[in-house]
Design a protein around this ligand. Structure first.
Ligand code: FCB
Length: 460
């Protein structure tokens, strides 16, 4: 019997997010989000595109569930568009919005696919941005209300909930570098926004737990950076420590109950956020799992002339590349083992991992994305290695189910294991998707079937 490290109940899934796939930007009473506004602002998106239609998933969700079924996945991570549920961010709730996600959940359950819901994957209601967005403390309370509304509606059927996707990207790409919505460039605002995002997470966790009831599994999905030092020089090592503090520890330490890391608090100086009494206890709400979004490593050196963090990322000459990143499967192992050693989370899921390549449709009607298959296989092996080293890893979500609107890169990067023809909206499972289906089947088939009562009787 071949031995496999992935247990029978391992979650093999695919992931997406609302703005990247849904389209139907103004339908059924949906409110405007900051990504609607941002993408429609000239100069923000590489190919000048928007998510107005995207994969038209809002109208094609049943077909997409069928595609997932043929991929053989047993889990699906998707996000809820807050402005579909509460169009103005707070106040009136849209029954049509609730109904859409309810129908999606029912279709998934009928297909034996377990839904994992992300509450915030960057599409903040524009009405909240008009009064400061994440820089306004009120947004944290509005988020907790919205979380409770949707959990009251779906919590009877959905047990797995993720508060935030990639908190660092929300605040630093959105409020400090301005390359993501809402396009603000102000480091002081970004750190205050980070505090409110963390606070919103902590406020939402107990309310989700109460609304979902027994069996609730609640976590968060930060992007995890793995950084290599460019040299053994002390300055470069300290630069690595700073970027790690900025991207990883600034978020993980508070959620793990340790407060903000002192070295970064000192480093940020006058930029540190306003923290009210009791906030850090709220943020430390116990979690059931940590989601890990992992894509690549970065080679870092000290850069005294740089902005804020005084660091510079340099290309790693040893690594091959996808269309947009360096490939380093070992980084996934390093991330998982480090998180397990340093933080006390009961379980882990890889909530995102995947690759973009220049996929083309071949004359035979297929997409021969052998590079993506190799990418996934090598990362799965590192996940297995981490499990053998004792990391309680429970699942793996490939980013992404299908090609979609890749934020500021528009439709120029294809991350799907399913190809989307954006003219016709046809979906074609890429070779990597066929391989994933084979892999999931095989990793289960390799396990002995549990002996049923009837079989036991027969053998007695
Ligand atoms: C992550 C995002 C996801 C997608 C992938 C490629 O940072 O969470 O929405 O854009 O990158």
């Amino acid at each position: 019997m071949p031995k496999t490290v992935f247990p029978r109940d391992f979650a093999w899934g695919v992931a997406t997010s609302s703005y990247q796939i849904e389209g139907a930007a103004t339908e059924d009473g949906k409110g405007e989000s900051i990504w609607d506004r941002f993408a429609h602002t000239p100069g923000t998106i590489k190919d000048g595109s928007t998510g107005d239609i995207a994969c038209d998933h809002y109208h094609r969700y049943q077909d997409d569930v069928r595609v997932m079924q043929s991929l053989g996945v047993n889990t699906y991570r998707f996000s809820i568009a807050w402005p579909r549920i509460v169009p103005d961010g707070k106040g009136a709730v849209s029954p049509a919005g609730l109904d859409f996600y309810s129908r999606l959940v029912d279709a998934l359950l009928a297909a034996n696919i377990t839904p994992f819901i992300t509450l915030y994957h960057w599409d903040l209601p524009q009405k909240l941005q008009d009064v400061g967005g994440w820089n306004n403390r009120e947004t944290a309370y509005a988020f907790a209300d919205y979380a409770e509304i949707i959990a009251n509606h779906l919590g009877d059927r959905v047990k797995h909930w993720i508060t935030h996707n990639e908190l660092w990207c929300t605040v630093f790409l959105g409020y400090s570098m301005g390359v993501f919505a809402p396009g603000i460039r102000d480091s002081k605002i970004a750190l205050q926004a980070a505090h409110h995002v963390l606070l919103s997470h902590g406020l939402a966790v107990p309310r989700l737990r109460a609304a979902v009831g027994p069996g609730a599994q609640i976590g968060v999905a930060p992007n995890i950076g793995v950084f290599y030092t460019h040299s053994a020089k002390l300055e470069d090592q300290q630069a690595v420590r700073r970027i790690d503090g900025n991207m990883n520890r600034w978020f993980l330490d508070p959620m793990a109950g340790r407060g903000y890391p002192q070295d970064m608090w000192d480093f940020y100086g006058e930029y540190v956020p306003d923290v009210q009494a009791g906030d850090m206890d709220i943020i430390a709400a116990p979690l059931d799992f940590l989601g890990v979004n992992y894509y690549n490593t970065s080679l870092i050196m000290d850069n005294p002339d740089g902005d804020d963090l005084k660091i510079k990322g340099v290309p790693n000459p040893d690594l091959a590349r996808t269309a947009d990143r360096e490939i380093e499967p070992q980084g996934l192992y390093l991330a998982l083992t480090r998180l397990h050693e340093e933080y006390d989370f009961p379980a882990f899921y890889i909530t995102e991992n995947g690759a973009a390549y220049d996929d083309t449709l071949s004359p035979d009607g297929r997409v021969h994305d052998v590079d993506r298959t190799a990418f996934l296989a090598s990362h799965f092996a590192q996940a297995a290695r981490a499990m053998e080293a004792g990391v309680p890893l429970k699942g793996y979500f490939v980013w992404s189910l299908m090609d979609n609107f890749e934020w500021s890169q528009g439709y120029t990067l294809r991350y799907g294991i399913v190809y989307v023809d954006f003219e016709t909206q046809e979906r074609i499972i890429k070779d990597s998707g066929l391989w994933y289906r084979h892999f999931i089947t095989y990793s289960r088939a390799a396990l002995p079937e549990p002996i049923t009562k009837d079989q036991q009787l027969l053998t007695e």
